[in-house]
Design a protein around this ligand. Structure first.
Ligand code: F6P
Length: 476
């Protein structure tokens, strides 16, 4: 474990999960996220350190190494989990940043907790960052950290990346703490967004609400500092997914899944975190109506929906779970036959291997969020279809729609439109699906998550160092 680091990643979660080991002790297992895959090589090249919450309330955890990565845990108390994580992050900011798909709640004590926890993350980063280091802060849970870092350590080069959408000014303006959040982000040298629309929303808000001069993607602060706000669309470890999809184990498992579902049935697939932004019920409704109207038959088609449990103590997530349970029960009760349900619903999380097998087994992948920063499931599906087969039905409100132009794009609020797209994708001739998939694969394989990390860090290293101090750019 290095005493100090040239590159510090600050994210709400550590890239490892707590696990119980066979010998009865507790250990760590690398979480499957793409972020750690992307940052692993840059972390190694720069003696990087990753600061994050390990989940749970353990409070006495020391910094540790996991498979060569240096990790620094930040503890949260039970109250902070409720107020900072479940409350301010996931019941206030999350819905506001996703088009107010659910009603946001505003509580002053949640905000106080958000400030306290952001300060804890900033102080940890300051402890481990060496003179002139680069600190890269991630996501909506930690928007105050950039300015806190700058106040404590003006020598640092600070980047911030938002993984979720940044809302239009009209929605952001609802936040009682809108100015503090903008000022928090302005502590960074480079603020990265998924889409250029998010960057533009941010710059406009800074001009309107904080009163700073702006020009295109630049913000000029009165102290002479310039901040850039730009889009860096995130991606996945595309080669890694393709390799996994080609492996013997996944090939075998995909065949088993097909057999279990009925070889002659075509498979629609949805894989999402169980979240109200994902449009799960609307897409199932579109499918169920097609069956009801006789346009699809359960002997020919099945919808497999995987919903990964998430934020289960937040009320809106509990309500959604019940709604899906009821809906699936009703559809299967009304439309299923013995041994052939219309919807095969799995409320569970699966390892990457099982996901890759599901992607390979699916004929039509259905990704229909009401709003999504990017949606990596859509890209994973494409990466796994090395056979150039399979169709993708994709919401135009997912960031991925910008790049995956050859998908059947839909408006998830328009159930009839979704029904038409599902049917078109179902009946599409192979020549058409192959042409579309080939084009999407070229995009996904060309711009992977390593390229994303490189371009952000290079963008950050181009920013002029403050007050003529020597700031070493990270090695990419
Ligand atoms: O998409 C935003 C995000 O915070 C991801 O970074 C994360 O993988 C996912 O949502 C799940 O969030 P949580 O940490 O709340 O389980």
């Amino acid at each position: 474990m290095p005493d100090s680091a040239q590159l510090v990643i600050v994210a709400n979660r550590l890239p490892v999960d707590r696990v119980d080991l066979p010998d009865g002790t507790r250990g760590w297992r690398r979480s499957p996220g793409g972020l750690v895959t992307a940052l692993d090589p840059v972390m190694r090249a720069n003696d990087g350190v990753w600061i994050g919450w390990p989940g749970g309330t353990e409070s006495d955890l020391e910094p540790f190494e996991d498979d060569g990565l240096s990790l620094v845990p930040v503890s949260l108390t039970e109250d902070e989990i409720e107020e900072f994580y479940e409350g301010m992050s996931n019941a206030t900011l999350w819905p506001i940043y996703h088009d107010v798909v659910a009603k946001p709640e505003f509580h002053r004590e949640w905000w106080d907790s958000y400030v306290t926890v952001n300060r804890r993350f900033a102080e940890k980063a300051v402890e481990v960052a060496e003179e002139g280091a680069t600190v890269w802060v991630h996501d909506y849970q930690l928007q105050l950290v950039p300015q806190m870092l700058r106040d404590l350590r003006p020598d640092l080069r600070i980047g911030f990346y938002l993984h979720i959408p940044f809302p239009p000014a009209e929605l952001f303006a609802q936040l009682p703490w809108r100015r503090q959040i903008l000022e928090g982000l302005l502590g960074a040298d480079l603020v990265g967004f998924q889409m250029s629309g998010g960057a533009q929303n941010f710059v406009r808000l800074v001009r309107q609400r904080v009163g700073h001069k702006t020009h295109r993607d630049l913000v000029y602060l009165p102290d002479g500092r310039t901040i850039r706000a730009a889009a860096f669309p995130i991606s996945i470890d595309a080669e890694g997914f393709e390799e996994l999809a080609r492996s013997e184990g996944v090939t075998k498992r995909a065949a088993e899944i097909r057999e279990a579902l009925g070889e002659e049935r075509r498979v629609f697939l949805g894989i999402d975190r169980l979240d109200y932004t994902k449009g799960i019920v609307a897409r199932l409704r579109a499918f169920a109506e097609l069956v009801e109207e006789g346009k699809l038959d359960v002997d020919d088609a099945v919808f497999v929906q995987v919903a990964t449990p998430s934020r289960e103590r937040v009320e809106q997530y509990r309500i959604l779970r019940d709604e899906i349970d009821r809906f699936v029960g009703r559809v299967n009760g009304d439309l299923g036959r013995i041994g052939t349900p219309a919807i095969s619903y799995l409320h569970s999380s699966y390892p990457r291997e099982e996901m890759a097998a599901l992607y390979r087994a699916a004929d039509i992948m259905v990704v229909t969020p009401y709003r999504d920063g990017m949606n990596l499931v859509a890209k994973e599906y494409v990466a796994c279809r090395y056979d150039d087969a399979g169709a993708l039905v994709l919401s135009e409100f997912a960031g991925a729609a910008d790049e995956l132009r050859q998908a059947w794009q839909v408006n998830p609020y328009d159930i009839n439109g979704m029904k038409s797209a599902l049917l078109e994708a179902f009946h599409a001739p192979e020549k058409d699906t192959t042409r579309r998939m080939r084009a999407m694969r070229r995009t996904v394989l060309r711009k992977d998550v390593a390229a994303w990390a490189r371009s952000f860090l290079e963008g950050l290293s181009e920013i002029r160092p403050e007050h003529g101090k020597t700031v070493r750019p990270p090695r990419t």
